[in-house]
Every structure is written in C-alpha cells, then in structure tokens.
Write a protein that binds this ligand. Structure first.
Ligand code: FRU
Length: 457
C-alpha cells in the first residue's frame, strides 16, 4: 500500500515538472538523465533476456539527496532507453531512508536485485541492511527483506552490494568502512543467493570509505571502487572523491599501490559494469560528484540535476583499462557538419554532436563554446573550465599512455566526454556554457569530422 502511494507520488512529480525539465536547454539529447529530480549512481545494470536493464539512484521530489528510489530503464541497443518509472521505493522499516545502490543478477530465469537499505534514526545514527528483491518479469519487483546485517568490526557505512557468479558459487562485494575508519571492500559467498557467509576483507587502505565496489575478470581480476578521502597529489585525485580500479588476483589479493583512476574529468563517480550477451564488459558511470559543487549547477531551476555517462566497453591493455565508446554510438550520427584537414579550424559545433580528430601529429588545442579547453602538449592533456562556484578557473590533467593520435569527443548540451587514443585516457565533465553558444576552435595537424547526433528515442 505504502509502496504504491510512494511510487504514485514519484510519478506525479514527473507529471508536474516533466515539461519544465525537458525545456531546459541543458537537458541532454542522448544521455540518461532523470525525468525530474536528482539522479546518481547506476544500479542493477544487466543484459537479461536480450534486453539491457539499468536502474539508478533517484530522488524524484527535489534536486538534492535523500531517501532514494530506484528508477528503471530498458534498452535494446544501449542507445535508446525506455523509462519505466520507480522500481523500488523506500517504503520498509529497513530501507526507509533510501533504497541505496546495488546490482542485479539472473537466477533460474528471474531477475534478482540486491541493494542497501539505508536507515537514519531520529538521532541521526545510521543502520544499513543488504536487501534482496525478485522480479519474475522485469516489470514487478517483490521485496524479499534483509539478507545481510552489519557484521562486527565495521561502521554502518556498509553498502552497495555487487553480486556475481563464478565457479558454481555466488559472490558479493560490499563497500565498507572498518571501525578504525579505513575504507575497504568485504566479500561474502553464497551457494544459492539465500544464505550468505562472510569471508572477510578483500582489499583495504586508501581513504576512509570505499563506495560502489565491482568485481570482474578480464586478463586479470579487476576490483573497481570509489574511495573517499584521498589527498590530492599533483594531477591525481583532484576531484572530491575518486573512482578507479586495481588489477590483481582474487586469491592472492589487490595492492592499493596499483590503484588507478578511471576518468580524469570533473564529474565521474560510482560506475558499475556488466557483461552483455556478446561477452563485452560494459561500464556506465554517474557523471556527477557528491559534495563536488552540485549546488551550483544551473539545472536546479528546471527541477532536475545530473546524468549518466555514455556506456563504455572496457578492455584490459597491460595494467590499464581502456574505455572504448560502444560501436552502437555510431547509430546516433545524423549528418556530417564538418570534415577535412585544416591546421586551424573554426566552426559551429551542434549542442548534440561527436567530434573525431584523427591522424594527429604533434600538439592539439581545442576550445569549445568559449567555456572549456583541452590542450594536449608534449604527451600531457590538460582540461580547464570555469570553477562551478565562480572562483576562477579549474583544471584536470593526465599524462598520456601513448603518443597522441586520436581524440573523440561527445558533446550533449551540458556534458563533454573526451576519449583520447581510443579511450586510454578519458575526461568526463559537465559544461554550462552560455546558451546558444556554439563556437568551436581546433588547432593541430589532424583530420577532423563533426557529426550532429540525434536524440535518443
Ligand atoms: C555513491 C553513494 C552510494 C550510496 C548511494 C546513495 O554515490 O553514496 O554509496 O549507496 O550513493 O544514493
């Protein structure tokens, strides 16, 4: 009953504000964004019965954080998404302050979700429960209650279960904080997704809390997570919180000195991966950053905030995870609006577009919308944009993995994703240039193509 009421209230918010949201010139054309309210982490990403399912952390009632819902989307091609409204509402004693992040697996033909029930009591103390949901049809979602309670030795910052199957057994990683305030990932095993055995800490160190862990096997075993509390070191760890990975070994361990950041832009956090039916390991992230200036985003006025990144295929190359835009993204191209080779190019960049620079020799300098610049110089890439709080300019930078040959950039009204050398180095950022501003300046010895991209249907 309560569940139906809450889900209806969420839908009423869409009816009330949906048109206002879509009228925002900053609203994306082909990225996933909320129909109203706030979006954060991707959840429950899975390719199930030939359909891609994605859920996300959703606050329908305002553009701040709080008692999160899970919103649900499906897609046949990872480009066009259908929104199905709320799948989970925070309506039980064990999740009343939020159905927090989690993941999806398939068991006996059914979809099974695990998420964290977040509870904050009147004293502001936190409780956390790992909860289970089943869906026989991907349309109705039945909560099955609490699967795992907080074990000894950890604070209630214990959340974001990611489940997978290997060697006939189910495994779950959970992001956690030890009682002495160290970030870590803990491991559970289950023969049947019913009873869970605590197996201990899989990796720890690096900051005071690790959120949204993920685990998968490529050439090596990859542990992906979002640590909080890392000190800025030169060009590294400049965002409020980080997201990255350690390539190691499930049996012998993961060394924190092997931690690498995934994305070097201003907004990227809490990514999640899944393996699709074609054997691709696909990652999608939240193009946002908690406590990282979101209060200054101009989209609050239109009753929405944040969006996802594009889904990306992960490929291991030595100790690096390369993030390749999916081939499906080419379906978005409608018309070519520029092409050729010119050392100095100046032209119009549509608000929804793809820019491809190939055969690059030497340095490259890009300025888009009189707002953001990318300078690739002597093997280093530097991105600058105005600081969100208006206090001058901010920058992010990265030494490239190999000599610069290609830059591919996706522009979508208020976001920019830059893939250098096939995705060896990636920068994802929100951009808020003057509305209608469409100028692009590209300098360098290269060949250029610009396509206008269509809206997702
Ligand atoms: C990461 C996170 C998760 C939590 C969720 C709540 O952005 O803080 O740890 O489950 O967001 O919305």
């Amino acid at each position: 009953m309560k569940e139906t009421v809450m889900k209806n209230e969420a839908k009423e918010e869409i009816a009330r504000w949906g048109n206002t949201v879509k009228q925002d010139p900053y609203y994306p054309a082909y990225h996933i964004a909320p129909p109203v309210g706030l979006l954060n982490d991707p959840n429950g990403f899975i390719h199930w019965n030939g359909t891609y399912h994605l859920f996300y952390q959703w606050m329908p009632f305002h553009t701040g954080h709080g008692a999160k819902f899970w919103a649900h989307l499906t897609s046949g091609n990872l480009v066009d998404w259908e929104f199905h409204g709320p799948a989970l509402a925070p309506d039980r004693w064990y999740d009343r302050s939020g159905c927090y992040s989690g993941s999806a697996v398939e068991q006996d033909g059914e979809l099974v979700l695990f998420y964290t029930g977040n509870v904050k009591n009147a004293e502001g103390e936190r409780e956390s429960y790992q909860c289970k949901v089943r869906s026989p049809d991907g349309v109705t979602f039945e909560k099955l209650g609490v699967s795992i309670e907080l074990p000894e030795g950890f604070t209630p910052h214990f959340r974001d279960p990611k489940v997978w199957k290997a060697g006939g057994s189910w495994h779950m990683v959970i992001g956690a904080q030890t009682e002495d305030k160290e970030g870590c990932v803990v491991l559970y095993d289950s023969p049947d997704l019913e009873s869970w055995q605590y197996r201990g800490i899989l990796a720890s160190g690096l900051g005071y809390m690790w959120e949204c862990p993920d685990f998968f096997h490529m050439e090596g075993d990859v542990l992906l997570f979002s640590p909080q509390g890392l000190e800025e070191q030169g060009a590294d760890y400049r965002n409020m919180y980080q997201s990255g990975y350690i390539i190691g070994d499930f049996d012998t361990g993961f060394r924190t000195e092997d931690f690498r950041e995934l994305d070097h832009g201003f907004e990227f956090y809490a990514p999640q991966t899944m393996e699709d039916d074609f054997g691709r390991r696909i990652m999608i992230g939240w193009m946002g950053m908690p406590d990282g200036g979101e209060e200054y985003f101009p989209t609050h006025d239109f009753h929405w905030i944040h969006q996802m990144t594009l889904p990306r295929e992960l490929i291991q190359k030595g100790d690096l995870l390369v993030q390749k835009p999916l081939v499906e993204m080419e379906e978005l191209r409608t018309r070519k609006v520029a092409g050729g080779s010119q050392e100095k190019w100046k032209g119009k960049i549509p608000a929804s577009s793809e820019i491809l620079l190939q055969n690059i020799e030497g340095d490259v300098d890009i300025e888009l919308f009189r707002y953001i610049t990318l300078r690739c110089n002597n093997g280093k890439a530097v991105l600058t944009r105005p600081a969100m709080d208006g206090s001058g300019e901010e920058w992010r930078a990265r030494t490239l993995e190999s000599p610069l040959t290609e830059i591919r950039a996706f522009v979508d009204h208020s976001s920019l994703e830059i893939f250098i050398n096939g995705g060896e180095t990636v920068f994802s950022s929100r951009i808020f240039p003057e509305k209608e501003e469409n100028s692009g300046i590209i300098n360098g010895d290269l060949s250029l193509t610009v396509w206008e991209l269509r809206r997702q249907t």
